[in-house]
Each structure stands twice: as structure tokens, then as C-alpha cells.
Design a protein around this ligand. Structure first.
Ligand SMILES: [Zn+2]
Length: 72
């Protein structure tokens, strides 16, 4: 899967919708800077992925709780 990019303002914590194009995220930051005067930004890239269960029969409520660190 492709990388997604997000621009976030470090002054007010507002951020853009994630996009496949880093330039679009940076454009959002520059427009936000023009509109607000905020000058500190963070650009982040991340990736979605799908987990595929190779043996779904082994997946039980007990293993889900175990993976999440839930204690009954
Ligand atoms: Zn801002």
C-alpha cells in the first residue's frame, strides 16, 4: 500500500486530510500559515495495511484479549 501524508500545525494542532501526494499536505500547511500566521508544522507519512489471518480458526476471543493485554 502507498504512503499517506499529513501536515499538522504545531501551534493549533489542526491537520489536513491525509493524501497520497506529499506536496498536497505541504500546500495545506502553507495555506494554513497564510490564513493564520502559524509557522510551525509537522509532516508525517504513514501506511495503512490489512492483516490477513492465515488460520482464522485459531482466532478466539481469548487470543484477542491476550493481544490487547486485557485481563478478565
Ligand atoms: Zn494552526
Amino acid at each position: 500500500m502507498d504512503l499517506r501524508h499529513v501536515g499538522k500545525c504545531l501551534i493549533c494542532a489542526e491537520f489536513c486530510v491525509d493524501t497520497a501526494a506529499p506536496d498536497e499536505a505541504q500546500d495545506w500547511c502553507l495555506k494554513h500559515a497564510g490564513a493564520t500566521g502559524h509557522t510551525h508544522y509537522e509532516m508525517a507519512a504513514f501506511q495503512y495495511f490489512d492483516a490477513i489471518l492465515t488460520d482464522p480458526r485459531r482466532w478466539t476471543a481469548a487470543t484477542a484479549d491476550e493481544l490487547q493485554g486485557v485481563t478478565a
